[in-house]
Design a protein around this ligand. Structure first.
Ligand code: IFM
Length: 386
């Protein structure tokens, strides 16, 4: 018999986005010159329509980011109109009964800060925590969860080791400085928020990978996995562990490691961008996070699948493994699918389609894919049939 798998009461069901990827019309950040996002999904002007859709799809939570370059276009000068606009956004979500998770840094920087080295400059700790405090004071009554950084290690490695993202550097020293300043910023922001409001919920969105030894009998492969796990999954969390109210998990990857090189997946099921689909990995990654003894929200999980051939099963299979982890004592409290709608996928542009909702970039029409209706049923029932 097919079994109905139920999630804990109060489980959050939602989607995630970020400002530069969907809003459109952002003119003052460090991505613009290298990878312009133009009008993106024009969410800036269509957020009411998007929230109606979210509501129709039974989602009860939403994670989005606030674009720093809109709020503080020049150092120390805050834009009232934009502050007001995000306030309206928060009210619009609240009026629909949607819980709010706000990301303070999701890969973009105002140009003025990028010019002085962004997070590789120690001054970024002061600037970012000042921005965060301003945002906190403005929206503390409507925001339920705060995320300081989205995927800090991805950000630091793409921008400062691989040279792929702004500022397109390949410099180990800068990479380490960025990590150090992100850690210090997170700690300061955590402290500032808690000094103002003791029950603020502050977390991080951490991209953790399921690492496996290519050969389980090889001590060298196992040692490589130990190092990879420590550095990629645990180091950052260990450094901020006592200043976290919850952990946000972004799960996308499974890497088999053969000493001394990384060996990518062998699974034949891959997304449109070639990323392996490996639902079981989320179970192991969740189990690995248990040691922090904190509530966990899956803050991202999704795939590029323009034709929507894999997405329904992708969701179902990941939920199966999340549910199993919960049964075994993991305190997972919510799932935010990446993403609500197709959007600007950074250096890959608009080709990868991560949306439950399809965007026609000519007309900007929103069209939910079949998987969006499947997910809507799960959100409504707080359970799914395996
Ligand atoms: O689009 C990104 C998002 O900005 C951060 N996490 C991974 C997603 C898919 O690549």
């Amino acid at each position: 018999m097919r079994e109905s798998l139920k999630f804990p009461n109060g489980f959050l069901w939602g989607t995630s986005t970020s400002a530069y990827q969907i809003e459109g019309g952002i003119e003052n950040n460090d991505w613009l010159k290298v990878y312009p996002a133009g009008l993106a999904c024009d969410h800036y002007n269509r957020y009411e329509e998007d929230f109606d859709l979210m509501k129709k799809l039974n989602q009860n939570a939403y994670r989005f980011s606030i674009e720093w370059s809109r709020i503080e276009p020049e150092e120390g000068k805050f834009n009232k109109k934009e502050i007001e606009r995000y306030f309206k956004i928060s009210q619009s979500l609240k009026s629909r009964g949607i819980e709010i998770m706000v990301t303070l840094h999701h890969f973009t920087l105002p140009v003025w800060l990028a010019k002085i080295g962004g997070f590789s400059n120690i001054k970024s700790i002061f600037y970012f925590s000042r921005f965060a405090k301003k945002i906190f004071l403005e929206y503390q009554n409507s925001v339920d969860f705060w995320i300081t950084f989205n995927e800090p290690l991805i950000y630091a490695s793409k921008g400062y080791l691989e040279g792929a993202w702004p500022p397109q550097k390949k410099n180990l020293i800068l990479f380490l400085k960025v990590l150090k300043n992100q850690i210090a910023s997170h700690k300061k922001i955590y402290q500032d928020f808690h000094n103002t409001k003791s029950n603020a919920k502050v977390g991080i969105a951490k991209n953790n990978i399921y690492f496996e030894p290519a050969n389980r009998k090889s001590p060298l492969d196992k040692f490589s996995v130990f190092l990879a796990r420590y550095f990629w999954n645990e180091y950052f969390l260990n450094r901020i562990g006592n200043r976290l109210d919850f952990i946000g998990l972004n799960y996308y990857f499974h890497n088999k490691i053969k000493f001394p090189f990384l060996k990518r997946n062998e699974n034949k099921v891959v997304s449109d961008v070639g990323w392996e689909v490996y639902p079981e990995g989320i179970y192991y990654v969740l189990k690995g996070l248990r040691r922090y003894n904190l509530p966990i929200y899956i803050t991202e999980n999704g795939l590029a699948d323009e034709k929507d051939k894999l997405r329904t099963n992708f969701i179902k299979d990941h939920l199966f493994w999340i549910h199993k982890a919960i049964q075994e004592g993991v305190d997972a409290r919510g799932y935010f699918h990446w993403s609500l709608m197709d959007n600007f996928e950074w250096e890959k542009g608009f080709d990868p389609k991560f949306g439950l909702v399809e965007i026609d970039y000519k007309t900007l029409e929103r069209k939910p894919r079949q998987s969006a209706f499947y997910y809507a049923q799960v959100c409504k029932n707080n359970s799914f049939i395996k």
